[in-house]
Design a protein around this ligand. Structure first.
Ligand code: ADP
Ligand code: MG
Length: 581
């Protein structure tokens, strides 16, 4: 602006404020322009007003009691929608609380953006002791896919565009966006501000596999005698449900769903090898991974769990560096799952031969015998309940309500529920993910209800529930259709450990005896239930799910049932000095 124009503008007192916009509003407009309308946040300095303005501008702003849970909500919202879930926090401590969830999103390949307010750059960089001083950008960097800071209002449009594209393109992940307090109050010409906004075109472009990669993969698959398909949560995320089902069915190959891929095809599908997991991992000779990594959850693709025979791996993933991460990949197929699966289907032609019946029958026999062996345990009416009796009830409830979303965490509660509760539709099972982390429960339950509008059943170990329990106030405040079942065995793993010294403190793994988690729910206006038998549990959960009201069922489980660390006790280091009994 020239000096003359400046004087002109200052003379026109009415026009000047109207023609200005500020950082607050540019952030909001940039998000809305890109279809981001829901924010998971915890208010405070310097983002309280940003949240208020967001709500005033028609965005949904959901406030949590702790940033970690707002973050887990945003992360799973990203997984469910393929759009970045957005978490907003205050500076330093709030940022750090949200950072756990950002790292979790990155590890799990969920698209998420953490927006954190931050202190004054000049003071932070000279370490002069500002309010909540912290170099947040530097701290976030190693824990996420990308990290940016916006210093000028005119860069807000491009900054948010970069954050969105970084979160969802290629392998999705967490992105940190640093918003210094001063940025929000910065003003600029409104028309120039509007022009500075960027609508991200095609934020996650299709990535087509090379034709020779497809030919190579089918060549390997054709020669297989005992092929296996493993579906991971990347396959569920891709939302190529019809194509994946068509590929599995056309190939005739048994498939194993990783826990969050359960329901991509119904667990009752005749080709499901879920109940024959050990057999198919050991005996298969060719394994096609679709959106699943050969990390610890698959024993790194080698060792005892995988048997002695030589195996060939076909790996479909959007991330080229995932190939050969643990074992040699005979046929890497790099691209987005929708494009890769479609290309495979096309190239398979109409005369694809199913795998040898000897193999498919061996898998079927094992599957049937395991299902039959389990059935009576799931119908037991023991009081106090054991895991099988209680989960047998919930298994039926999910079968009758296949649209409900199951959130699941705990140790034994997680391991048993994963095996016992069949899923029927894609992206209905949300659990602890790649880290096996405790604490995702209420954040995921809230986001699942908000993003999908479907009822949520959160099946929680009592220990796991404790990490996010205060968020039941959030569930009640937004009146969400969430039914929480706390598997209450009075402790971590179980409630029976004793202090070997005979001292007054209970053992480190033991909680208050006969705790009544249902009363917590009542404190916030939700409905509490106390269930001591499978029949009471069935009645309570059905009533809760029918009502759609925020509810919590305190399910009393035998304190003696439950094993150390569930199914991953082997990961505990062992002392050479024996434990005192
Ligand atoms: P699980 O824990 O279920 O085995 P992982 O999280 O280990 O699943 O693996 C998911 C994989 O899916 C990641 O390697 C990720 O790069 C990949 N992925 C995510 N989205 C896509 C997509 N749209 N197309 C292809 N691969 C994807
Ligand atoms: Mg417990």
């Amino acid at each position: 602006m020239s000096v003359a124009e400046n004087i002109d503008a200052s003379l026109d007192e009415d026009a000047a404020p109207k023609d200005l916009t500020d950082g607050f509003h540019l952030i909001i407009e940039a998000l809305k322009l890109n279809g981001i309308n829901t924010i998971y946040n915890v208010p405070g300095i310097p983002i309280t007003d940003l949240g208020r303005y967001m709500q005033a501008e028609g965005m949904r702003v959901l406030s949590f009691r702790h940033e970690q849970h707002a973050g887990y909500a945003a992360a799973i919202a990203g997984y469910l929608t393929k759009k970045p879930g957005v978490c907003m926090t205050v500076s330093a401590p709030g940022f750090l609380n949200g950072l756990t969830a950002l790292a979790h999103a990155t590890t799990n390949c969920y698209p998420m953006i953490l927006l954190s307010g931050s202190s004054e750059r000049e003071i932070v960089d000279l370490q002069q002791g500002d309010y909540e001083e912290m170099d947040q950008l530097a701290i976030a960097k190693p824990l996420c896919k990308a990290a940016f800071r916006i210093l000028h209002a005119e860069d807000i449009g491009i900054g948010i565009a970069r954050a969105i594209r970084a979160a969802v393109s290629g392998r999705p992940g967490g992105v940190y966006l640093d918003l210094p307090a001063q940025l929000m109050a910065q003003t600029m010409d409104a028309a120039a501000g509007e022009k500075s906004l960027v609508k991200v075109i095609d934020p996650a472009p299709a990535q087509l596999p090379a034709p020779e990669a497809i030919t190579r993969a089918l060549e390997v698959l054709k020669n297989a005698k005992r092929p296996l398909i493993i579906l991971g949560k990347g396959a569920a995320y891709a939302q190529a449900d019809d194509e994946i089902r068509a590929l599995v069915e056309k190939s005739g190959i048994p498939y194993l769903p990783m826990s969050m891929a359960k329901g991509l095809l119904p667990d009752t599908h005749p080709q499901s090898a879920g109940p024959a997991r050990s057999l198919v991992l050991k005996e298969s000779d060719t394994v096609m991974l679709i959106g699943a990594r050969l990390n610890w959850l698959l024993s790194h693709g080698k060792g005892k769990a995988w048997g002695d025979n030589e195996k060939k791996f076909i790996h479909i993933d959007i991330e080229p560096t995932e190939m050969d991460s643990n074992v040699e990949i005979a046929a890497p197929v790099v691209g987005d799952i929708g494009s890769c699966v479609t290309a495979l289907l096309d190239a398979m032609g109409d005369d694809w031969a199913p795998p040898p019946t000897e193999w498919t029958e061996a898998v079927n026999t094992k599957r049937q015998s395991n299902i039959e062996r389990m059935a009576p345990r799931l119908q037991n009416n023991n009081v106090p309940m054991d895991f099988h009796g209680a989960l047998g009830v919930l298994r039926t409830i999910i079968a009758e309500r296949p649209d409900a979303i199951l959130v699941n965490e705990g140790a034994n509660t997680l391991d048993f529920a994963r095996g016992i509760i069949d899923m029927y539709k894609p992206r209905k099972r949300l659990d602890v993910g790649t880290w096996g982390v405790m604490g995702i429960g209420m954040g995921q339950a809230i986001a699942a209800a908000v993003e999908t509008g479907h009822p949520v059943l959160a099946v929680e170990g009592d220990s796991a529930f404790g990490f996010s329990g205060m968020e039941i106030e959030t569930v009640c405040r937004y009146n969400l259709p969430v039914c929480i079942v706390v598997f209450n065995n009075g402790g971590i793993y179980r409630g029976t450990d004793v202090n070997p010294t005979g001292g007054p403190d209970v053992a480190p793994t033991v909680f208050v005896k006969d705790a009544r988690y249902d009363k917590m729910m009542e404190a916030f206006g939700g409905v509490g239930y106390h269930a001591t038998s499978p029949d009471e549990l069935r009645q309570a959960v059905n009533e809760a799910m029918d009502s759609g009201k925020p509810s919590l069922v305190n399910a009393v489980i035998d304190p003696a049932s439950g094993t150390e660390s569930g199914r991953i006790g082997n990961l505990n280091p062992q002392s050479v000095v024996s434990k005192k009994k």
